[in-house]
Design a protein around this ligand. Structure first.
Ligand code: SIN
Length: 317
């Protein structure tokens, strides 16, 4: 395998997830504790790591040990700062992050917006706990190492079930299957096959700018609201009254909302709440009208959960 010259060290940051999960029996694939094992324990379970690494030194660090459903601003801040720290160390050529699958797409997008690092950041996860009869974590980790070492890798990526997804497009699409992630109509960035990366698209180089993350917490409160049948204006008003700073509307179809919400969203805007319009459709993005204006919000091309992060960051800065 061709290892790029910049590589002397590869850093793996642990945050928990099912890849570090442990159940009481090997038969239990669902009733486990996520993030029970350290990143060092997870690495120990992967055969042949040194053969993949060659002369590259592997440095591991535990940043957090949680179930990613509970991801919080402190962990995101710490993670982004550790990524920047290690990326600035001489000889570090890539950073791997072990992470739960449940909010991986959000952390990937957050890092893609805030890191501003030149080296690839590869997120790796698993759908079965480390204690399972046939865990997927070790293979995913091997594949992620291969991707991290590939001289063509760039930006923030997610590796799972032999597929490489860009932060912009990755989405958890299945609650149980091993190939739980999808990049939708864009398709995967690459496949990892028997230790080789087969690229489908040029890597997405986005790692954002190294923006200040020292904003006091809590960070601006932004909610996603999904427009649906029988929508109630009271839900918008209640969030505004409670102090929400931004709303991302996961609108129906091509950016429409229930009539019940239109006036409530206009009232929200008049009170200083920023409203962005995305779509609840899984594929594509809102095709904007020629005027590109909407009385109750601003269109975004991002899916709702990623738009929520971008809006929060824009309110922070
Ligand atoms: C988590 O997201 O931390 C738990 C679920 C998983 O990793 O699949």
């Amino acid at each position: 395998m061709a290892v790029a010259k910049k590589f002397e060290k590869l850093v793996i940051l642990g945050t928990g997830g099912t890849i570090a999960g442990q159940a009481s029996t090997a038969q239990d694939d669902v009733g486990y504790v996520a993030g029970a094992l350290s990143v060092q324990d997870v690495l120990t379970s992967v055969p042949g790591v040194q053969a993949i690494l060659g002369s590259v030194q592997l440095i591991s660090e535990q940043v957090a040990q949680l179930d990613s459903k509970d991801m919080d601003a402190h962990t995101w801040q710490a993670l982004a700062l550790r990524v920047r720290h290690w990326a600035a160390e001489p000889g570090v050529g890539a950073i791997l992050i072990t992470h739960g699958t449940d909010t991986l797409e959000e952390t990937a997008w957050f890092l893609a917006q805030t890191c501003g690092v030149a080296c690839p950041v590869v997120m790796v996860s698993a759908m079965r706990p480390a204690s399972a009869l046939s865990p997927d974590g070790p293979q995913n980790l091997r594949d992620a190492l291969v991707v991290a070492l590939d001289p063509r890798s760039q930006g923030v990526m997610a590796v799972c079930a032999g597929a490489v997804h860009a932060a912009r497009h990755v989405r958890k699409a299945h609650p149980y299957r091993l190939d739980a992630f999808s990049s939708g109509e864009t398709g995967v960035q690459a496949w990892v096959e028997a230790g080789q990366v087969r690229w489908q698209h040029a890597p997405d180089t986005t790692t954002g700018t190294a923006m200040s993350l020292s904003t006091p917490q809590p960070w601006p409160w932004v909610e996603v609201m999904t427009s649906h049948a029988l929508a109630h204006a009271g839900s918008v008003d209640a969030l505004v009254a409670a102090g929400v700073r931004g709303l991302v509307v996961a609108a129906t179809g091509n950016g429409t909302v229930h009539t019940q919400w239109v006036e409530a969203l206009q009232r929200a805007q008049a009170q200083g709440v920023t409203v962005w319009i995305s779509t609840r459709c899984e594929q594509g993005q809102v095709v904007r009208p020629a005027s590109d204006v909407c009385a109750w919000g601003t269109y975004t091309d991002l899916p709702p959960l990623k738009a929520r992060i971008s809006l929060m960051l824009s309110l922070m800065h």
